[in-house]
Design a protein around this ligand. Sequence first.
Ligand SMILES: Nc1ncnc2c1ncn2[C@@H]1O[C@H](COP(=O)(O)OP(=O)(O)O)[C@@H](O)[C@H]1O
Ligand SMILES: [Mg+2]
Length: 377
Amino acid sequence: MKKIRVGLIFGGRSGEHEVSLRSARAVVDAMDPKKYTVVPVAINKQGQWLSPAEAAALFPVESQRRLPEEIVSGPRQDVAILGDPSRPGLVALDGGSESSQAKALDVIFPVLHGTYGEDGTIQGLLEMAGVPYVGCGVLASSCGMDKVAMKSLFRDAGLPICKYMWFLRAEWEHDRELISRRVVRQIGFPCFVKPANLGSSVGISKASDRQTLDKAIDLATRYDRKVIVEEGLNAREIECAVIGNDEPEASLPGEYVVYDSQAAFLDYTEKYGSTGHVEFVVPAPLSKRVTARIQSMAKRAFQSIDGAGFARVDFFLRRDNNELLINELNTIPGLTEVSGYPKMWAASGLQFSQVIDRLIELAFERHRDKSRNETSL
Ligand SMILES: Nc1ncnc2c1ncn2[C@@H]1O[C@H](COP(=O)(O)OP(=O)(O)O)[C@@H](O)[C@H]1O
Ligand SMILES: [Mg+2]
């Protein structure tokens, strides 16, 4: 059987660059070398694309051994993906030479978290190139990135969400007093202030009075032109993994169990570091009924944003009244050795290498489905 050539794009310009390196490494380690030829492509923090040889060098030696020799010791030559379907795959940028021919890729797996990766931008490029790719398309990716757009879609689908409001940075700068009064009136304290379009808790803070609110908004407006403010909940944090295209399936839910209640909320270091304060428990200790409800809501959330491939859906289970709310959906969930997405599937009977096989099949399926559409009259 001919091996499938998979372009693995990782790194990226977002604050989640390091997590992406770890996710990509976990993907390389789990992919069956008998089935796949992995062609790594890294994007550095400045947005520059590195050649497969340079990208391979970012992995530890054990992972490099899983990559084809001709890639690891191949030419260190700049490459790009063009938005031209007649030249799919990687194109070397120095022109002329034989090695600058397009290097075919059968499918692309963007393992990029956050801005310029999870937000529809790279998906747009891959659509233009006409190459199958893993995960959500442009619309689902950008809606999954914007916490305000995402909440509107959830609400339209009848999914329960917390109380929130939003405004633009320009409005804040024009009349701070008016905005903070609106927040107090509509949301109250404690509240969570977030840039609408970022991930990994960057720019997010909890406010408990007018003074901390002003500071929280100042912080959030450094990261985005749009700010969302949510009621602060006292809640358990449950997650559920989804896989599929038009008929998605949901895993057993997992839960972040926090041992140190001093932490204001789960931030980046808590989730990806080993602070010892947090443990991801799967399956989450929940009744059968609540588990089934979470799975059904996770699938509906995925469909409400028109998801494809995979996503992780994050929930709040309120401690005061047991109400289940959807917090957010991540269209390229963390895939590291400590991440929830692979752990939830493993506990549901699907090992990570099987998850990857399925994601690649789903990418081809979606591409075939899209190819059926007529684009001209
Ligand atoms: N409305 C809220 N009430 C209570 N805690 C919250 C709320 N919103 C966020 N948090 C806490 O902050 C963390 C990060 O917020 P989240 O909206 O998930 O942003 P990110 O996209 O950065 O993951 C959550 O995992 C949770 O611990
Ligand atoms: Mg989150």
